[in-house]
Design a protein around this ligand. Structure first.
Ligand code: SAM
Length: 263
C-alpha cells in the first residue's frame, strides 16, 4: 500500500472516494460479467469492482504492486492478476479461454499509452461488451468530437466508426496521487453491433482519414490528391472544396470505397 508511484508506468493512483464510487456505479458490474481491469495499481477500483462482481481479472505491468494487491483482494472476491503489458494481451483469446462471449473492460489508464490501448482494444471489439476508461480530458474530447469542432480529427472518426463514445464526467487532478498535470475524464465506449459497422476495408479508411487530416486547413481536393482526384471525391458524394473537419465519419467510408474502386 502507498508505494511510491512510478512515473515511467504512468502511475497516478485514484484516492478520492467520490470518483471511485462514480466509476464503479458507471460500470455497474454484475456477478455474471467477466470484468477485466487494465492497470489495477494499488487497487482503488479493483477492490470495489471485485466486491460487486465477485471475480475480476486485472492486467498489471508493475511486478512490485502485485503481491500486495493479491493479498488485499482475498477478502473481496476472486482476483486473477495477469502480469503483462496490456498491449500484448489478446482480449479475444482471453474471452474464449474463459468461455465468455464478451468482456467488460475498465481502467484508469496509464496516459503515456492511452491511444495505443484504445487502438489495441478496437482490434478486439467483437469480444468486448463495453469499456469504461479514465483518460486525459482532452483525449476524451477528441474521441467524442463532432464534425465542425476544432478537436474533431483522426481519433474521432476512427473511433466513432467502430463504437459509440459517451463522455461521462470529468475528474480533477487532486483526485489522484500524485496529481497529473492535466484534467481527466471518464468515458464509456460501446462497440457497434455488426449490423451497424461499415463494410469498407479499415486500411483504406485509415489511409483516407490520415491524409485528409494531415493538413487540416487544406481542401480535400488538395489533401487527398495522392489518393483521389476531384472527380473521384465527387463520386463519393463529397465536395472536393470542403475540409476534412466538416465531413461525417460515413463520408470517409465512401471516400475509402471509391479509393478501393468499390464505388
Ligand atoms: N487503477 C489504479 C488507480 O486508479 O489508482 C492505477 C491507475 S494508474 C493511472 C495506471 C496503472 O497502469 C498503473 O498501475 C501502472 O503500473 C499500470 N500500467 C502502466 N503501463 C501498463 C501496461 N503497459 N500494461 C498494464 N498495466 C500498465
Amino acid at each position: 500500500m502507498n508505494a511510491h508511484p512510478k512515473k515511467s508506468f504512468g502511475q497516478h493512483f485514484l484516492h478520492d472516494r467520490r470518483y471511485i464510487e462514480r466509476i464503479v456505479s458507471a460500470v455497474a458490474p454484475k456477478a455474471s460479467d467477466f470484468v477485466v481491469e487494465i492497470g489495477p495499481g494499488e487497487g482503488a477500483l479493483t477492490l470495489p469492482l471485485l466486491k460487486a462482481a465477485g471475480k475480476l481479472t486485472a492486467i498489471e505491468l508493475d511486478t512490485d504492486l502485485i503481491p500486495d494487491l493479491q493479498a488485499r483482494a482475498s477478502a473481496a472476491g476472486e482476483l486473477h492478476i495477469i502480469h503483462a503489458d496490456v498491449l500484448k494481451v489478446n482480449f479475444t483469446a482471453l474471452a474464449h479461454s474463459h468461455g465468455v462471449e464478451r468482456l467488460r473492460i475498465a481502467g484508469n489508464l496509464p496516459y503515456y499509452i492511452s491511444s495505443p490501448i484504445l487502438f489495441h482494444c478496437a482490434e478486439h471489439f467483437p469480444a468486448i461488451q463495453d469499456m469504461h476508461f479514465m483518460l486525459q480530458k482532452e483525449v476524451v474530447e477528441r474521441m467524442a468530437a463532432v464534425p465542425g469542432s476544432k478537436v474533431y480529427g483522426r481519433l474521432s472518426v476512427m473511433l466513432q466508426l467502430v463504437c459509440r463514445v459517451e463522455p461521462l464526467f470529468t475528474v480533477p487532478p487532486e483526485a489522484f496521487r500524485p496529481p497529473p498535470k492535466v484534467e481527466s475524464a471518464v468515458v464509456r465506449l460501446l462497440p457497434l453491433p455488426p449490423d451497424e459497422l461499415h463494410d469498407a476495408n479499415p486500411d483504406d479508411v485509415y489511409a483516407v482519414v490520415k491524409a485528409a487530416f494531415a493538413q487540416r486547413r487544406k481542401t480535400l481536393g488538395n489533401a487527398l490528391k495522392q489518393l483521389l482526384d476531384s472527380d473521384a471525391i465527387r463520386r463519393a458524394d463529397v465536395d472536393p472544396g470542403a475540409r476534412a473537419e466538416t465531413l461525417a465519419p460515413a463520408d470517409f467510408v465512401r471516400l475509402a470505397k471509391v479509393h478501393a474502386g468499390r464505388l
